[in-house]
Structure formats: C-alpha cells, structure tokens
Design a protein around this ligand. Structure first.
Ligand SMILES: Nc1ncnc2c1ncn2[C@@H]1O[C@H](COP(=O)(O)OP(=O)(O)OP(=O)(O)O)[C@@H](O)[C@H]1O
Ligand SMILES: [Mg+2]
Length: 178
C-alpha cells in the first residue's frame, strides 16, 4: 500500500485528541465501506497529523474490509507520470499508471499543493481527482493549503457536500511540540 515506514503503526485510534473532528471524520469514513461521501480533504498546517490520519485510513480500510489502497505523495506521483514521457526511462505508459490507480479501493494524495505547479501537472492531478469524483470512488487528499488556495476545478469538486467532507486539522506541530 506504499505506506512509509514512519507511518507503519499509524492508526485512526492513535490520533489525538480522540474526540477531535478529524478523528471522528476518519472513523466515519472507514466504518461503512464504501463511504457515503467518498472524497475527504484534510487541510491544515504542518505536523498536525494529516499524513498520520490518511495512513490510518489506509490501514483500517484494509484491516476492516480487506480492501487495498495506496499512499502517493503528490510529488512522487507526478514523477511517475513524468517518467512515462521519457523514452529512455519509461517502463509504463500514462494509461497503465491511470489503470493501476483506478483499481485501488482508496487513493491517498498526500501533500497536494506542495508540488511545483505547471499546467501539465495541474491537468494530470485534476483528471485523477475528477475521475474519482465522477465515479464516486474513495479519495483522500491532504494539504497545507486552505481550500480557497486549491485550483478552481479541484476546489469545486472537493466542495461538493453531497460526496465530499472537508476537515480542517488544527493543533500543535507534534514534531516540535510548538
Ligand atoms: N494529532 C495527532 N495524534 C497523534 N500523533 C500525531 C498527531 N499529529 C501528528 N502526530 C505525529 O506527529 C508526526 C507528524 O505528523 P504528520 O506527518 O502526520 O503531520 P502532517 O500534518 O502530515 O504534517 P505536514 O503538513 O508537514 O506533512 C507523526 O509522527 C505523527 O504520527
Ligand atoms: Mg504530511
């Protein structure tokens, strides 16, 4: 599932505080599968536990429902797409990447907005998000950006309350305690 070593033990149940809205939203997301609202945006400043919670969701979807998803830092996914255009490096086509991602029970896009924005990158990410949106397929996005700072078409889909939940994650930076 491509969960990084640091988050191998990350679970929704170890996220604090236990009555916080982010934790409750994550619990709601995994309890009935597929979730009623398949899109989930976790937005907030650094070190507040967005990646922890996203990895907790991946773990629990597998542990509860036996369904596998994948964790993709947006920068790594864009590198993977970029490699498909490089004749010397390419080991897969864009279509193959899309097909592989499409079959995942849940896709985590971590650190959306941290990538260097180009028209090409925006289009790739938009297509991915739009497909999940149209097909009502589970997608979790984490970002340091506020909703308003996201590209318009992404913002519009993630703001659709009929299929999307927005969660503002706040608190101390748990890396530094500040
Ligand atoms: N609310 C929390 N409850 C329990 N552990 C937490 C919480 N927030 C952060 N942590 C722990 O602190 C570390 C940093 O958290 P994490 O990487 O999830 O933050 P983040 O919000 O994704 O930050 P960034 O925006 O910089 O990527 C991790 O080891 C994580 O397990
Ligand atoms: Mg993070």
């Amino acid at each position: 599932m491509r969960i990084p070593a640091k988050f191998r033990e990350a679970r929704i149940s170890t996220w604090l505080p236990d009555n916080g809205r982010p934790r409750l939203a994550a619990q709601t997301y995994v309890v009935c599968w597929p979730p009623e609202k398949p899109l989930l945006l976790l937005s907030g400043t650094k070190g507040v536990g967005k990646t922890h919670l996203a990895c907790g969701i991946l773990h629990e979807v597998f542990e509860r429902h036996g369904q596998r998803g994948q964790f993709w830092p947006v920068v790594d996914l864009l590198d993977r797409y970029r490699a498909t255009y490089d004749e010397d490096r390419a080991t897969e086509t864009v279509e193959a990447v899309d097909a592989q991602l499409r079959q995942l029970a849940v896709l985590i896009l971590d650190d959306f907005g941290a990538h260097k924005s180009s028209e090409w990158a925006e289009e790739r990410l938009f297509r991915l998000i739009d497909e999940r949106y149209r097909d009502l397929r589970p997608l979790v996005v984490t970002t340091n950006a506020g909703l308003l700072e996201l590209p318009d078409r992404v913002k519009s889909r993630l703001s659709d309350g009929s299929c999307s939940t927005l969660v503002q994650v706040s608190g101390p930076d748990r890396r530094t305690g500040a």
